[in-house]
Design a protein around this ligand. Structure first.
Ligand code: CA
Length: 370
């Protein structure tokens, strides 16, 4: 692949250049350091959650305390702290206790109405729940106000199991989003009653919660396509990462079936059947071994032959996966681009460039070279 790395025109922090091996897509990549917004802990670094505003500025979520919202201000060339969302006593010093996603519900010149999701300690500080808060941001004062809590997942899961929070959101309109809740590493995830909200996709508003589907292990990516199809990208156990079309009242099989391999005896749950998806909704795409998928986006229409393609970030494989999805919602091609960074979140900016945050604390902007 031919890669031209160049300086950023509108959004410059610090530049760092590297030259990993690439394959086929002719991309221009700009890299900036935003490590202030990354969450660092003994169990690994986590890149910030990301949402792009219409003016090209970024909202980033994470930081040393996990629960800080930042404005990536393009004109001032700075990462500005907006405020804290997770109280110090409501998290452990663990990079999994960090903002998982940000959705922009609506925005004006100097303000935005945001939704922010994150795991926090629940009752007695002995268990973990996933929360979605509406947050009003003011860009004149660069302050945030927590407005209303839209959602708290149940049951509250013992802390020692906390993983797979998911907590990704996709905007439907100014008042509604889709939300993924992972299995949180809950040992009773195979008990349909006990698992409650865990491992599900919801449609939520300020006043309503509707469960759409269930049987999802850890959906780190969710996108509503231009044709209104809803897709998720999910982590399997050992292999068996999936892309699913989300249909109402449907069970996607976790932890009963997976294309992945069995866990070892020390893992939190043992899938009933491995190497199969029989009896449950089939994914439209799966990967064995796993590539650890994160956010999923659909490219806008200025990407030449890649226009309207899906792009998925990966952690383990440190790549972007470009996929063609046809009118029948079948994935007909897959092209992997090695970027040499663990991709945490993805969005599309005002120039219709692809923007990613990485676990090393970089922001990467990708454009097609013409
Ligand atoms: Ca995001």
């Amino acid at each position: 692949m031919k890669i031209k790395r160049s300086l950023l025109v509108s959004f410059v922090f610090l530049f760092s250049f590297s030259s990993p091996a690439f394959a086929d897509i002719d991309l221009d990549i700009q890299t900036m350091n935003a490590s202030k917004a990354a969450t660092r802990a003994g169990n690994g670094d986590r890149g910030p959650a990301l949402a792009v505003l219409k003016n090209g500025n970024l909202i980033l979520g994470g930081g040393n305390n996990g629960g800080t919202l930042f404005l990536g201000d393009g004109q001032k060339r700075a990462v500005i702290t907006l405020g804290e969302l997770i109280a110090p006593g409501d998290r452990q010093k663990d990079s999994r206790f960090a903002i998982t996603d940000i959705a922009v519900l609506s925005e004006g010149t100097n303000s935005a109405k945001l939704l922010v999701s994150y795991p926090r300690l629940g009752t007695g500080k002995k268990c973990v729940e996933v929360v979605v808060d509406q947050v009003d941001a003011n860009f004149k004062t660069n302050k945030i106000i927590k407005n209303k809590t839209w959602f708290v997942s149940k049951p509250c899961v013992p802390i020692n199991a906390v993983q797979h929070a998911a907590g990704r959101m996709e905007k439907i309109d100014a008042n509604n989003v889709y939300l993924t809740i992972g299995d949180l590493g809950f040992t009773k995830i195979n008990d349909l009653q006990a698992r409650g909200d865990l491992g599900s996709v919801f449609q939520i508003s300020a006043t309503t919660v509707k469960k759409i589907s269930t049987g999802h292990r850890n959906a780190q990516g969710i996108v509503l396509l231009a044709n209104k199809t809803l897709l998720t990208a999910e982590h399997g156990p050992r292999g068996g990462d999936e892309i699913n079309i989300i249909k109402p009242n449907t069970d996607y099989g976790w932890p009963f079936v997976t294309f992945g391999k069995p866990y070892t005896s020390t893992d939190y749950v043992k899938p009933a059947k491995t190497g199969t998806h029989a009896g449950y909704q089939q994914p439209i795409k799966y990967w064995v071994p796993s590539i650890a998928p994160t956010e999923l986006v659909q490219l806008p229409d200025n990407w030449g032959k890649y226009s309207k393609q899906l792009v998925m970030g990966t952690l383990k494989e440190e790549s972007l996966v470009f996929m063609t999805i046809n009118a029948q919602n079948q994935i007909t091609s897959e092209e992997r681009v090695n970027v040499g960074e663990r991709i945490r979140d993805l969005d599309v900016d005002e120039n219709r460039s692809l923007v990613a945050t990485t676990d090393s604390g970089n922001i990467m902007v990708f454009k097609l070279n013409k």
